[in-house]
Design a protein. Structure first.
Length: 217
């Protein structure tokens, strides 16, 4: 599990491509020094497993499914990537619950400076937008951010100078793609509301009658 608080930007040093998979070699100053074989590390928000490490470098396998569903397939040597080690028990929880399992790929469609912040508009697929709520949390390339506002297929986040300086979003521009992970709490709520006690799928949605029946009204 991760929190969406990026520890550093690493650099892709090498990519060994297989028929449908890849092995990434990533350089960093902070994260590689505390990794072991088999550890989980989030790379641009994607949970990957360390298969080798030495000094300032570590390697991760990327399977075909991950390449198909994330922006990792577009990486090239020299690209910056957001890095976060898995959360330690007792560690500070500065962001929100991030699993590293990407729900969809979004596209930056707008950026506007607003005093010290950069307001960024991101177009997202329906499988992500259905979980987006105003003031809710969302992970963008592994960065825990707060939704400022949203429309049918676009949501807005605001980047403070620190976030822009220490993550890849500070280098992104309109047209660039980003990995998106919706807040897992919304997914569990959806699951619970859509199934009956016997395990079959319920056709009943969340309405005033349902809330009253279960003591919420």
């Amino acid at each position: 599990m991760f929190t969406g608080i990026v520890e550093e930007m690493g650099v892709v040093k090498n990519i060994r491509r297989g028929m449908e998979s890849a092995v990434l070699t990533i350089e960093g100053k902070v994260v590689p020094g505390d990794l072991n074989l088999g550890d989980s590390v989030a790379v641009n928000g994607v949970c990957l497993t360390v298969v080798d490490y030495k000094d300032r470098f570590f390697e991760v396998d990327v399977m075909a499914e991950t390449l198909r569903l994330t922006t990792l397939k577009e990486l090239k040597p020299g690209d910056r990537v957001n890095l976060e080690r898995a959360l330690k028990a007792g560690g500070r929880f500065g962001g929100h619950i991030v699993t590293g399992h990407i729900d969809g790929v979004g596209v930056i469609v707008g950026q506007e400076k607003e005093d010290i912040a950069v307001v960024t508009d991101i177009q997202a697929p329906p499988e992500v937008m259905k979980y987006v709520v105003k003031k809710g949390s969302i992970a963008v390339d592994g960065i825990s951010l707060t939704v400022v506002d949203f429309s049918q297929d676009t949501f807005q986040v605001s980047l403070i100078p620190h976030t822009a300086a220490v993550t890849t979003l500070g280098y992104k521009k309109p047209g660039d793609k980003v990995n998106l992970e919706a807040d897992i709490i919304g997914k569990y709520v959806e699951k619970l509301l859509s199934f009956k006690e016997n395990g079959s799928k319920s056709s009943r949605g969340l309405d005033l009658e349902f809330l009253a029946e279960h003591g919420f009204l």
